[in-house]
Design a protein around this ligand. Structure first.
Ligand code: DGL
Length: 250
């Protein structure tokens, strides 16, 4: 099976990492729209337009399935993308909610949602969690993490300061939804900020669980073949991929 993975930039590589670890697919075509990242500061119509344009990129490949490894796109553009696509398109929000529910049954648990401004404004996570009966939900936009990750910074003083800025008034939550695929690249730092106590929900692991449960996808013998493309600075993206995935790609 050949699949496409799409994100606004480098963040979706966190999803690719999980897919590679579980060896679910023969071939992965990754496309990061690095010329236009971040999407999370844009309005709904722009996010939909960019997402539909990204779909055109995948016309060059005969993919069987597309994973939108971007919460912002998943929050706004899935319907429009599905309307014009001949293959299935999976977002990351539904899998994230499913992963949380599988792991955290106590509906009084405190849940912190961290995501881009657009994803928080869409209220997708908040509404779905409320509908499932969770009562203690805090949602904050933490968009500055996106350029930090795009810059290849995964720890250190700059990140510490930004975490302080966003998290200083918060109690330690039971769970944190990393509602942006850039954030798993700094999940060690986020977890350690909260003394490694909260359960972290990560779009990559969530999607693996989802693919196994809903699509019956299972581990393959063969090694996955990964090809990385970007709308700008493809070398920069391949560098992050090398650092982060510990694997070579073309
Ligand atoms: N990685 C994207 C997400 O999951 C967003 C980053 C951005 O483009 O703002 O929401």
């Amino acid at each position: 099976m050949k699949i496409g993975v799409f994100d606004s930039g480098a963040g979706g590589l966190s999803v690719v990492k999980s897919l590679l670890e579980h060896q679910l697919f023969d071939e992965i075509i990754y496309y990061g729209d690095t010329a236009r990242v971040p999407y999370g500061t844009k309005d709904k119509n722009t996010i939909i337009r960019y997402s539909l344009e990204a779909l055109e990129f995948f016309n060059n490949f005969d993919i069987d399935l597309l994973i939108t490894a971007c919460n912002t796109v998943s929050a706004y553009a899935l319907k429009e993308m599905r309307e014009v696509s001949r293959y299935d398109i999976i977002g990351v929000i539904e899998p994230g909610i499913m992963a949380l529910e599988n792991k955290l049954q106590d509906k009084n648990s405190s849940i912190l949602i961290t995501a881009t401004r657009a994803t928080i404004a869409s209220r997708r996570y908040q509404n779905e969690l409320q509908a499932k009966g969770y009562r203690d939900i805090t949602a904050i936009q933490t968009g500055l993490f996106v350029p930090i990750v795009e810059e290849g910074i995964f720890d250190g003083a700059i990140l510490e300061e930004v975490m302080k800025h966003y998290f200083k008034n918060l109690d330690k939550p039971s769970a944190i939804i990393l509602g942006c695929t850039h954030f798993p690249l700094i999940s060690k730092a986020i977890s350690s900020y909260f003394d490694n106590k909260p359960l972290l929900i990560h779009s990559g692991e969530a999607i693996v669980e989802y693919l196994e449960q809903k699509y019956g996808v299972t581990q393959k013998e063969s090694k996955n073949n990964l090809k990385i493309f970007a709308s700008d600075n493809v070398e920069g993206l391949r560098f992050i991929a090398k650092e982060w995935l510990n694997t070579s790609s073309s």
